[in-house]
Design a protein. Sequence first.
Length: 137
Amino acid sequence: MSSLADQLLKAGLATPEQHHQATMQQLRQAESEAGRQRSQLTSKHNRPVSLDRLQSCETIGEFKATAKDLLLEHPELMSDVITAAHRFKETDGGKKLVWIVLNVRNGLPTTTPGTRERFLNRAFRRRGATLETPTEE
């Protein structure tokens, strides 16, 4: 199917210069949209959460943020998060991370879907994780 600019050119309602300008504008818009999509995929913040992303985390802080997002969407992947956390066991703070993840495993089944986000936010804070099960208010 031809574009509106092509149809206007064939009908004689647009000049070749106007056709060229319209075509170039469409190309710029397509390139801009492609660049925006590439940017979203390359920034860590906008990538979709997955186990692959969890495996590629380089720091404990990044791991905690990704694990929290993953468990919010897919709590059934808790055993995979535990397995991935063991990778950090030998680093500074790695044993505490494994301890936090294991306690999240124990507390997650007792939370309701409404309190799950608050529970995970408190468990995976940057400093001073609080692992008590939140109650409905």
